[in-house]
Design a protein around this ligand. Sequence first.
Ligand SMILES: N[C@@H](CCC(=O)N[C@@H](CS)C(=O)NCC(=O)O)C(=O)O
Length: 249
Amino acid sequence: MADDLDANKISSGVQEKLVPERVVDGLPTIYCFETCPFCFKVKALLGSRGIKYSKVEVDPTFKTQLKWSDWEKVPIFVDIDGTQVNDSNYILHYIDSNDSDSFPKLGEDPEQDRWMDFSNQILGKSIVAVIYTSYRTSVQALDYVTRVDKFSFGSRLINKWLGGFIMRMVGKSRAKMFDRQPRENLQYQLDVMSEAIRGEFFGKDEPNGADYANFGILRSMQGLNGFDIVENHNVVSGWYRRMQKHSGV
Ligand SMILES: N[C@@H](CCC(=O)N[C@@H](CS)C(=O)NCC(=O)O)C(=O)O
């Protein structure tokens, strides 16, 4: 029972307990890693709505800046009244419903829900399989990540090599989830996804939750191994550019 209660405490979505002391400079605050795909989703939505926010960059090794939270992943969103929201797709819904309420809520539109799930369950895993497809590309990616994320100088080198090794293992396990080879699989998943981009966006004339969710995932790949697949895709490349313009991210 105590375990159940503990498990409930660290759930996705809006948390009961307010944490106003975690608001920085009186602005909505996002706790993130600079290169995290799930964080890009949230930054894209905030950017496209012109919402000013504070950003706390979490140190990926020790996650010191998250010690106050039972939820130990990024992103965490803290609204100006101290409302804590965990998990990227829930955060997108929370921000939208408090802003222009312009995309369907969770459970209102099965298509949007499906493609938001796709961003985490399929697309996120597909890009990992491509980025970390060999030791060379893994160390390259970790070199970038450890430069951009808030790694301490001392932990940079070890994270680059050890992280490169670990992520190569993760890449292998992600690749096993799919029948196709990593590059072909990503191309295939983009083909599948592009059938849902009806008009300019998933949300037709304006982006909805599925647009931010999938764009965020792909945005984290920019500059890394395999991004050429996105850039050269006949439908996704145009959509990606529209989302980038829309969000400024
Ligand atoms: N389902 C979560 C996944 C978040 C997630 O896995 N974030 C990673 C960073 S990209 C993380 O915080 N990893 C650290 C950890 O799990 O300890 C979401 O969509 O927000």
